[in-house]
Design a protein around this ligand. Structure first.
Ligand code: GLC
Ligand code: CA
Length: 540
């Protein structure tokens, strides 16, 4: 099956299911829930990092790329998970964090101890630049007592690797080979568009320094080398690159098959439409015009340039999309389905983040002590330093924290929601008693809706393969698009608001059939009235 037909499910292992009652999710927990994922119908499961790590950034600070963190289990548990997944016809995608390692990684430790070979694994300079770390503060830190500085684009414990050094590249390619030998069929590459740094690093006051190290031509070259040396040899392997602060032009280059780089890219522009002046730690209702325009430009241009999008609303770095785009107090269920249709019927490969298929919400924590994420804690402090009151700063963190999506999976209405029998590492969402898998499977309909969407992608080639066209882009409430393939068309309309609205359908689709919608519309006329958050897909 082509990566265009697949649907991928993301698991944050720490929060999926705890089987040994230490409050932390684990590999046996994932294995145990494979039948659930099979029932949903997903083809591949992406696991956020499962390697040994001091967990300063929840595993995105890797201390050893080819072992399993004891917190999650053993290599035997991993092999067992792989075997069971195979039985269910589910493939596994691993997260490769190749821009940086934890400062506890032996490469960094050896470098610190004076080993010249390993010092060349990192980006060390006599003088720091003015670049700002993505988690706040300057992006350079003192390298022991050498008088030099090492670069850390993320946390101070995440040291950037020197991809210009061929030995570093070979080490990382060996990591891929190791996991490929274990039968891994998917790789997600963490912030892969920042791996290419210039030899001479310069100050860059614009955008915290990002233009100085993002999407450099050399990054494309490194990715092509990686492709040719490793996964490019196995056509079944699916690759997705996480692209921070990227452009369409670059994403076309990363994913056009002729370039031999990656299958698809994650970009985040559509998840910044509620950032005031482009800044994350602010509060603002989402800008629908901007969202629509972004979807249309990315949809059209990626289609024209033979690029491929990874489609998603949620992941472990984002607050739940339901809380951002939908009036959840009144329309959680229809809203969930509308958001789902808007990406599952779109051009690209859809990703489901755990809990999305049951309409999970942000946890609604009521105090700062409930949050643990390094980025959130730093942001809170920065907001206070900038003169905000504790109350104001908390309000922003509550809306924006990455912990919003990292709370334990809500399996049932038990004490710890069936996630564990002990207190979990991060608190449960307040709505866990009302929103959980057991209840959803009994009386709900969001899960069923996702099942249908996943099936449709396999039954109607126009969904996986069709081109993309904007439909009535000037409509103030509807995000609409048409997919076309070999004489077949699919019109998808999504009302992003709780007010009803009307739209005039094109004549050609009047004899068409409703493939899926969230209000069980049986028939329709040219003047179509869309209900709150209604989504409807017409095939003709
Ligand atoms: C990516 C990850 C995020 C992590 C960062 C640094 O954006 O998704 O969780 O903090 O990279 O590795
Ligand atoms: Ca556990």
């Amino acid at each position: 099956m082509s990566f265009k037909e697949k649907v991928i499910y993301q698991i944050y292992p720490k929060s999926f299911l705890d089987t040994n009652q230490d409050g932390v999710g684990d590999l046996p927990g994932i294995e145990q829930k494979l039948p659930y994922l099979k029932r949903l119908g997903v083809d591949m499961v992406w696991l956020s990092p499962i390697y040994p790590s001091p967990q300063k950034d929840n595993g995105y600070d890797v201390a050893d790329y080819t072992s399993i963190n004891p917190m999650f289990g053993t290599m035997n548990d991993f092999d067992s998970l792989m075997a069971t997944a195979k039985k269910y016809g589910i493939e596994i995608m691993l997260d490769m964090v190749f821009n940086h390692v934890s400062t506890e990684h032996e490469w960094f430790q050896k470098a610190l101890a004076g080993d010249k070979k390993y010092q060349d694994y990192f980006i060390l300079r006599e003088e720091p630049t003015d670049w700002v770390s993505k988690f706040g503060g300057n992006a350079w830190a003192s390298f022991g007592d050498t008088g030099k500085y090492y670069l850390h684009l993320y946390d101070i414990t995440q040291a950037d690797l020197n991809w210009r050094n061929p030995e570093v590249r070979e080490e990382l390619f060996n990591v891929l080979r190791f996991w490929m030998d274990k039968g891994i069929k998917g790789f997600r590459f963490d912030v892969i568009n920042v791996i290419g740094k210039d030899e001479v690093l310069k100050n860059c006051p614009e955008n915290d320094g990002k233009p100085a190290y993002t999407d450099k031509p050399i990054a494309h070259e490194f990715i092509r080398m990686m492709n040719q040396a490793t996964y490019g040899k196995d056509a079944e392997i699916v690759t997705v690159g996480e692209m921070s602060f990227t452009t369409i032009e670059d994403c076309i280059l990363y994913t056009n098959p002729k370039r031999e780089e990656l299958n698809m890219t994650f970009n985040f522009h559509h998840l910044k439409v509620d950032y005031k002046d482009g800044k994350k730690w602010t509060l603002m209702p989402f800008d629908f015009e901007k969202l629509k325009e972004l979807f249309h430009t990315w949809g059209t241009q990626m289609s024209e340039g033979s690029g491929w999008n990874a489609l998603f609303w949620n992941n472990h770095d984002q607050p739940r999309a339901l809380n951002r785009f939908i009036d959840v107090d009144n329309y959680r269920v229809v809203g969930s389905k509308m958001l789902a249709s808007s990406i599952h019927l779109n051009r690209g490969t859809p990703y489901i983040y755990m809990g999305e298929e049951i309409g999970m919400l942000d946890p609604d924590f009521d105090k700062m002590e409930d949050y643990v994420d390094v980025e959130s804690l730093n942001a809170y402090q920065e907001l206070l330093d900038a003169g905000k009151s504790e109350q104001e700063a908390f309000k922003v963190v509550k809306a924006k924290s990455r912990d919003n999506s990292r709370t334990p999976m809500q399996w049932d209405s038990g004490e710890y929601s069936g996630f564990s029998q002990s207190a979990p590492w991060l608190g449960l969402g307040k709505s866990a008693d009302e929103i959980n898998v057991a209840k959803e499977l009994q009386e709900g309909s969001i899960f069923t809706y996702y099942q249908q969407l996943i099936k449709l992608r396999k039954e109607y080639p126009v969904i996986a393969e069709g081109s993309y066209e904007a439909f009535l882009p000037e409509h103030p409430q509807i995000y609409g698009f048409v997919r076309r393939l070999e004489g077949h068309s699919l019109l998808v309309l999504n009302n992003f608001f709780s007010q009803e609205t009307t739209i005039k359908l094109p004549k050609e689709c009047l004899s068409g059939e409703v493939l899926i919608d969230n209000y069980e519309t049986k028939s329709f006329e040219q003047e179509l009235r869309l209900k709150p958050y209604q989504t409807i897909a017409i095939y003709y």
